[in-house]
Design a protein around this ligand. Structure first.
Ligand code: SF4
Ligand code: SF4
Length: 377
């Protein structure tokens, strides 16, 4: 099923440490539009097969584009199935209410909420009243799932406290328990982050295919109409066409696309093919029974590495036990972080949390002024 991820703007202000925004900023043409316009979006949607899923995600926080709500409304009006991946940073109350309505009507099939973590991996995050309003409303939707860029599932303390003290107990069960960073097919520079929280570098010397998008049709639209191969392609290595100029089927006949397929079929590692460095690639090997088998690159090149898993691996512990041990250590770390005061971010006191709720109520009724506790992230 085709998916088109929509990059509504270039230069995501959240600048998450596990996101290769530096590669994108370097390779996106300086003279190109930074924000996707509604007019261009209309032209592009006309060219898509009707079963295409429109995924507001791409290489930026969708609501960093002030037109995002109009884009979503237009895609919904055109009866496309929608996915949303967002931090909700920048989403207005009108946008939040509209998203909730779409969820109620079953028009959003997948909704992932990226919460700020407790390790400051999302330095651009700002705690605002709009944000808290959004969290409170959106989190209650059944379709919503959560993730945070913390190996142990540690959420930004103020957001965590707000959820905990704001009658959102049903959501507590859905909060993430852990997360594994990937190198985004080699696009992520590891100098700013803990290399132990990342998967190993992938370097495939066999022929490969994509385990994630078998027809290579889960592509990423840029604001200038260019279409990048997939969600790994932050360096814009494989631009397979431009939907303001080309038809949808042209993308899969383009010189760039066909060259990539040739490269993926061939033996030997290739710097040219992003897939040969990708965690989501399948390697094609001859199995013990003589048949060709496809193995995930992540299995061939090594599993995730944490300090604990590396320390334990020398004892030849079965993998499923190792996973349980890693999960248990994550739970301990979460508990430790949530109950100790050694985080760089100040926690919300119960009093502050109550004041926030009162503020939201006053503002909802058009009364009161903004009284937020400090918002450093
Ligand atoms: S992970 Fe998402 S929110 Fe964070 S910098 Fe990347 S695109 Fe922006
Ligand atoms: S293998 Fe990786 S780089 Fe290649 S298309 Fe799939 S997700 Fe993208």
């Amino acid at each position: 099923m085709p998916i088109l991820e929509i990059t509504t703007m270039v230069g995501c202000p959240l600048v998450c440490k596990y996101c290769p925004q530096d590669k994108l900023n370097k390779n996106y043409p300086k003279s190109s539009k930074k924000f996707l316009s509604l007019d261009d979006f209309k032209v592009i949607l006309e060219k898509l097969p009707q079963d295409t899923i429109i995924n507001f995600c791409g290489f930026s926080e969708p609501f960093s584009n002030p037109n995002c709500l109009d884009l979503i409304k237009y895609a919904a009006q055109k009866k496309f199935q929608l996915f949303i991946y967002t931090t909700l940073q920048g989403a207005s109350r009108e946008a939040i209410n509209y998203l909730c309505r779409l969820c109620d009507e079953g028009k959003i099939a997948r909704f992932e909420l990226h919460l700020p973590d407790g390790h400051n991996n999302m330095p651009g995050f700002k705690l605002t009243e709009e944000y808290l309003y959004g969290i409170k409303k959106v989190s209650k939707q059944n379709v919503v799932k959560f993730m945070t860029m913390s190996p142990d599932g540690v959420i930004h303390p103020k957001v965590y406290d707000y959820i905990k003290t704001s009658s959102l107990n049903s959501i507590m069960k859905k909060l993430p328990h852990g997360w594994r960073g990937i190198r985004r097919a080699g696009n992520l520079q590891q100098n700013k982050i803990d290399p132990y929280s990342l998967t190993n570098t992938i370097n495939i010397t066999k022929s490969v295919s994509c385990s994630y998008t078998p027809f290579y049709d889960q592509n990423v639209l840029m604001p200038n109409g260019d279409v990048a191969l997939c969600c790994m392609d932050y360096s814009l290595k494989h631009i397979i066409g431009n939907l303001l100029v080309d038809s949808y089927s042209d993308l899969f006949k383009s010189k760039e696309f066909l060259r990539l397929m040739d490269e993926n079929r061939s033996i030997g590692h290739s710097e040219y093919s992003l897939c040969k460095s990708c965690e989501k690639a399948n390697c094609h090997l001859i199995g013990d029974d003589g048949f060709i088998v496809a193995k995930r690159a992540i299995e061939v090149n090594g599993r995730r590495t944490t300090r604990l898993s590396i320390a334990l691996s020398k004892y030849k512990i079965p993998l499923f036990i190792l996973d349980k041990v890693v999960d248990f250590s994550r739970a301990i770390n979460r508990f430790k972080y949530r109950n100790k005061k050694h985080l760089t971010t100040k926690r919300l006191t119960n009093k502050e949390s109550r004041r926030l709720d009162q503020n939201l109520l006053l503002r909802k009724n058009g009364l009161g002024k903004k009284i937020l506790p400090d918002t450093e992230a």
